[in-house]
Design a protein around this ligand. Structure first.
Ligand code: GLC
Length: 650
């Protein structure tokens, strides 16, 4: 049962869309007054606390301090309490209980911090607290997912493999990427266009010297089944005479500053104005601008810099050079100055909603979500079918409008694990379409790291290889013999009927696509400590290698399962009994498991999602039937009516 307790006069975040009854008081948590409000809950020894979506740290949040305050940062280490998103959901696994602190302002979570033996949540005084009690943790999460509304439905091509890089500059770069994949026999469905495609980093423009005819170019790529997916950033360049800028000023859709003028902050294009995404009129205006791309046959996008990221502002410009020097000489001091500036900047711009002037600082965490919403609603009006959209900054509820990627990670082994943890935690918060920069954004990737990372991303809905300029080229064909990459990427396409089917069933049925083992095996104490194995859909458990130089790992099976080894051509199935196993996984193979009593449909090899059919599916595993969701992959008409039951001997 879901109920809510309202404190003060909270800002309507629109995270929860179902009606929820009020309760007299909270369960498990006591409330006190601190700077704002402080909610406390004593924890039993070893009690597991999940949730918080996209945060640093482990999946079990115990022992950590996390601050919901959306921040543009490439530091994804455990010591950084704030990254791009705010997902204020805690899941008390032992109590079949979850709790959501719904406020757009800053929230601090201290979870058994300094071994305090309790959870402390420090919130603004205006907050709606939702609590869900059920017969199991899994049931509680599903009820929460129902309350926040159905997850976004991408087109089927969005489940294909995507290639991206900050630094693809002209048509030829994109053609080279396509040819590189084709020559190496590697599948591909889309290539992302980073800010380099724009004219001076201005949204809704293209540099005509490098892309003379974007429409013709996107049509040419589509002939090979490749969708172009441009980035769109939050800010609009201050640029008198430029039509989008002029129109935005005329329509009065930008945030204002303390003096009542339009607020200015420096991002990639230089000084920009920020659309007032909290205001429906501004959202509509921004959404309509996508006509620029849809008129050119483009139907997939990523939204970035929407925390919003501010490199400097009219208030905290500072000498840039000195800033850079400080980064190296006094990094801690520099960090402090940056934090102080960030707070000052966010306190100095304003939204205007329903005739009220609202300080950005107080509603900071819902800015990015409302950008995704603006994009999604705009595209829904411009197109009569599904489109791809994923963004960087988010708040709970935005999972209805699009997906997320987890930002500027690094080519290091810890970030494969962080990727796995994020996938499970994001699913609990309603973000089903998610993935990380496979191979890592910062730093130099190695062949081994990319292979192992792809073997994880092969199961995540968003499977995109993305890296920063200045790092080693990271396309899968850049690492010598592509045979091993062909194997892991071919697995993705052979699993596509299953991945698509499980995603769509989860999204339509308020379910998770990826979940921790504990949700399926609540009585098994052992699974609670396991974070490097996950359940993917109803049939699969993954247990990948996430350590350098390792070719063997320990896998714990909470029940008898079928082990599946894929060598790029055939699937080798071996029944395995409940318990621990030492499993060898060579670099060029993927090993995973099918749950007891379940079936896994696998299709034929393909190099593009257009070729994937469900005509010749083979059913692996010891189950009797499988419910396959399948449709044309693009129309909006997605209903349970598209599910058909496959029997083992069909
Ligand atoms: C941000 C994004 C990254 C992108 C870069 C340039 O750092 O997180 O993915 O490549 O901006 O647009």
């Amino acid at each position: 049962m879901i109920t809510k307790v309202i404190f003060g006069n909270p800002y309507p975040t629109e995270a929860v869309v179902q009606p929820v009854a009020q309760a007299a008081q909270l369960k498990h948590f006591a409330v006190g007054v601190d700077y704002g409000l402080i909610f406390t809950c004593p924890l039993d020894e070893n009690e597991v606390v999940y949730g918080l979506g996209e945060t640093t740290g482990k999946m079990n949040k115990r022992g950590g301090r996390y601050i919901s305050f959306n921040t543009d940062t490439a530091d994804h280490s455990d010591s950084n309490p704030s990254i791009y998103a705010s997902h204020n959901l805690l899941v008390l696994e032992k109590r079949n209980f979850c709790i959501f602190f719904d406020t757009p302002g800053r929230v601090d979570f201290l979870i058994d911090w300094n071994s305090s033996g309790k959870i402390e949540v420090i919130c603004p005084k205006d907050v709606t607290v939702y609590q869900v009690e059920a017969d199991s943790t899994y049931a509680a999460i599903r009820e929460f997912l129902f309350a926040i509304g159905p997850a976004y439905l991408p087109p089927r091509w969005a489940f294909g493999y995507g290639q991206s890089r900050f630094g693809y500059k002209c048509e030829q770069d994109f053609l080279d990427v396509l040819k590189g994949h084709q020559d190496a026999g590697l599948p591909l469905d889309y290539i992302c266009m980073d800010i380099d495609y724009m004219d001076g980093y201005r949204d809704f423009t293209v540099d005509a010297s490098r892309f003379p005819d974007l429409k013709a170019f996107s049509e040419r790529m589509l002939q090979d089944g490749i969708h172009l997916v441009p980035i769109v950033d939050a800010g609009i360049k201050v640029d008198p005479g430029e039509p989008v800028y002029e129109d935005g000023v005329k329509q009065d859709v930008f945030c204002t500053n303390k003096e009542g003028k339009l607020f200015q902050g420096g991002v990639w294009p230089g000084m920009t104005h920020f659309p007032d995404f909290l205001n429906p009129k501004a959202r509509k205006w921004f959404g309509q601008q996508y006509r620029f791309y849809t008129d050119r046959g483009i139907e997939g996008f990523w939204n970035d810099m929407n925390e919003p990221a501010l490199f400097y502002t009219e208030y905290t410009k500072g000498p840039k050079k000195l800033g850079l020097a400080l980064d190296f000489i006094f990094p801690r001091l520099r960090k402090k100055v940056k934090e102080r500036n960030m707070i000052r900047d966010y306190q100095s711009f304003f939204h205007h909603v329903d005739g009220k002037k609202i300080c950005h600082y107080d509603v900071h965490n819902i800015y990015g979500s409302n950008m995704i919403r603006a994009t999604s609603e705009g595209l829904a009006a411009l197109l009569d079918h599904r489109y791809l959209i994923f963004g960087r900054s988010s708040y709970i509820g935005a999972g209805r409008y699009g997906g997320v990627w987890t930002g500027d990670n690094t080519s290091c082994w810890e970030h494969i694990m962080l990727n796995m943890r994020h996938m499970a935690s994001l699913n609990m918060c309603g973000f089903l379409y998610c993935g990380a920069d496979t191979g890592g954004f910062m730093g130099n990737c190695t062949r081994e790291l990319l292979l192992r990372w792809l073997a994880v991303s092969a199961f995540t809905p968003l499977m995109r290889n993305h890296s920063s300029m200045g790092t080693r080229a990271q396309e899968a064909y850049r690492f010598g013999d592509p045979e091993a990459f062909r194997k892991v990427l071919s697995l993705r396409y052979r699993l596509l009927p299953y991945i698509y089917s499980e995603y769509m069933k989860a999204a339509l049925g308020s379910d998770l696509y990826i979940k921790p083992l504990a949700f399926a095996f609540p009585a098994d104490e052992k699974v609670k400590a396991i974070e490097d194995q996950l359940l993917v859909g109803g049939s699969i458990m993954i247990a990948p290698i996430v350590e350098k130089d390792a070719t063997v790992r320990t896998v714990y099976l909470p029940e008898d399962m079928t082990q599946v080894c894929y060598d790029g051509k055939d699937f080798y199935c071996t029944p395995c009994s409940q318990g621990e196993h030492q499993v060898e996984i060579p670099y060029d193979q993927v090993v995973f498991y099918i749950r007891k009593g379940k079936l896994l449909p696998v299709g034929k090899a393909a190099t593009n999602s257009r070729e994937v059919t469900v005509d010749d599916l083979v059913l692996l595993g010891d189950g009797e039937s499988y419910e396959l969701y399948w449709d044309d992959g693009i129309t909006r008409d997605c209903t349970q009516g598209n599910v058909k039951v496959l029997k083992k001997d069909f």
